[in-house]
Design a protein around this ligand. Structure first.
Ligand SMILES: [Ca+2]
Length: 533
């Protein structure tokens, strides 16, 4: 408070006029004078209304209202540097709430699309770089010799910048931040779950999509896929190819699409799908583009089965569901999904994770990895720093927090089965479905790949832009806000399928374990033909 008073005085002494009485103006000197504890404002710029060019890209956001763009640095201790931005809407536009966005993969990139979306709704929004500064977003060597950066990346960076953001927001708006929310998917989902567990006072509400919070095991899952897809010690010839996955995807959908009562190219719940790879076995046991060889079938079965401890047989990470295999192409031809994005071609996906986060060995050999002994090493070294899989969310529940988890059934990155396993663990710790429903709900999304897109109805305010209808029944942030502010829990979320700018299908998403069931009559492209049961 002292700092805020001091900076008001300094602004006044320089004759700066502000549109709001007592608000700290949007300029670098005034904001740099704020006492932020482990953070410092390094610059502030007023941005006029209009499209905003996303830093480091040629892309622009949709038009934004005028805002103050604050840049800052935070630190959780020696060796830690976390860069962040906070965007604060002009004038009376601020809704007195702060929304903190999460990250993707191991990238320092901010979720500018999400920030723009929330800014337009009146939120002060922020995002940080996880404590990772390298030119190449996939360079994972930044943690070598810096264990604290692993801690920052996993969760602590969000905690540290959120504390700073609350003070900066209060200074710019001349009133306290009344509500704070977190919004992220993938690594952002990981960060959201970490916040629920480790920093339950940071947020009144958390949205965590496709959470990668079981990170060591997730990367072990990728490694398992790679090894299943190659003859031992042979990195040259994958057993299954993207074309094989497309073949499998077509067969799986043909076999199981109608199980849910609607033939729409989407398997609503892959647990109902009894298809097995043997159905594609080549008649003469020789591989052809139209069928699978015995070796390919064995590889596919190993992948569906998921990683297991060779000594105990315990599941390390579940396999990926049927319906998540095939490459998904965007209209521009880019590949959005499919196992091939993460199984690695000549080296396992995220090999650098094992090299730099676990073994400190740039020459680490994935063929020597032991899924018993070496996984224990990984759990102790990296898991202790970055995994957030505790079922104890009681502190978050006690403080009145609300959390929405969501997960695509066709996600080839985070296995839907792992997201469900985490949810069920939390529910068991709560003791009942109703106690869990009171503060935490998981929405499974049929036909959605990683965080967004896919053959299903996958738009509900989750992909850097507003849902087609921006209200609590159709949009994640609005749903969370209604739950926190008014106690209106999301009993369903209506997702839309948007093609060429038009809504072509709507579908009800239900709080797990309920599913949207087709009533057997009515338009199957209309959410009103489905009920949660
Ligand atoms: Ca279907």
């Amino acid at each position: 408070m002292t700092a805020i008073v001091a900076s008001r005085a300094s602004a006044a002494s320089r004759g700066i006029r502000t549109s709001r009485a007592h608000a700290v103006p949007c300029d670098s000197a005034s904001l740099a004078a704020l006492q932020l504890g482990h953070a410092q404002v390094t610059g502030a710029t007023h941005i006029a209304a209009g499209p905003f060019t996303i830093p480091g890209t040629q892309l622009s956001t949709a038009p934004l209202p005028a805002f103050c763009r604050v840049r800052g640095e935070a630190s959780s201790g020696a060796g830690s540097l976390i860069r962040f931005e906070l965007w604060f809407p002009d004038g009376d536009a601020w809704n007195a709430k702060l929304l903190v966005t999460g990250n993707a993969g191991y990238s320092p990139m901010l979720a500018y699309g999400d920030m723009a979306m929330a800014l337009r709704r009146g939120y002060a929004v922020m995002g940080g770089d996880t404590g990772h500064q390298t030119e190449n977003p996939d360079d994972l060597s930044f943690v070598v010799g810096h264990h604290e950066r692993m801690l920052d990346w996993g969760a602590r960076s969000i905690h540290v910048i959120t504390a700073a953001g609350k003070t900066i927001g209060a200074a710019l708006g001349a009133k306290p931040v009344r509500r704070s929310y977190f919004f992220g998917c993938s690594t952002g989902g990981h960060q959201g779950v970490a916040e629920l567990e480790a920093y339950p006072d940071d947020f009144d509400g958390v949205i965590a999509g496709a959470p990668g919070n079981n990170r060591v095991r997730l990367n072990a899952g990728f490694l398992w896929q790679y090894r299943a897809n190659h003859a031992a010690h042979d990195d040259t010839m994958p057993i299954l190819t993207p074309a094989s996955l497309a073949l499998v995807g077509r067969a799986v959908v043909a076999a199981c699409d109608a199980n849910d009562g609607v033939r729409d190219g989407v398997i609503d719940d892959p647990r109902d799908c009894a298809w097995t790879p043997d159905a594609l076995r080549c008649a003469d046991d020789r591989a052809s583009p139209a069928c699978l060889s015995p070796v390919q079938i064995a590889a596919l079965k190993a992948m569906y089965g998921g990683a297991r401890n060779p000594r105990t047989g315990a599941q390390i990470y579940p396999g990926w569901p049927k319906g998540s295999e095939a490459p998904i192409l965007a209209p521009d031809g880019s590949v959005l999904g499919g196992w091939n994005r993460y199984w690695g071609t000549n080296a396992p996906a995220r090999a650098d994770f094992w090299r730099y986060w676990v073994f400190d060995d740039p020459k680490w050999d994935w063929w020597s990895f032991d899924f018993d002994r070496d996984l224990a090493v990984a759990d102790a070294k990296a898991g202790s720093a970055i995994d957030h899989t505790s079922a104890d969310l009681s502190a978050f529940r006690r403080r009145g927090g609300k959390a929405i988890l969501y997960q695509g059934w066709a996600d080839p990155v985070v296995s839907a089965y792992d997201a469900i396993a985490y949810y069920e663990k939390v529910r068991a710790a709560q003791g009942s479905q109703s106690a869990t429903d009171g503060f935490l709900r998981l929405f499974m999304v049929p036909g959605m790949a990683h965080c967004a897109r896919g053959p299903g109805a996958t738009n509900f305010g989750n992909q850097g832009g507003d849902a087609p209808v921006c209200d609590a029944e159709h949009d994640l942030i609005e749903a969370l806000d209604a739950w926190v502010e008014r106690g209106t829990a999301p009993d369903r979320i209506i997702a839309s399928r948007v093609e060429n700018g038009a809504v072509t299908r709507t579908r009800t998403l239900c709080p797990y374990p309920r599913r949207a069931r087709y009533a057997g009559r009515g338009n199957p492209d209309d959410a009103t033909s489905f009920t949660c049961r």
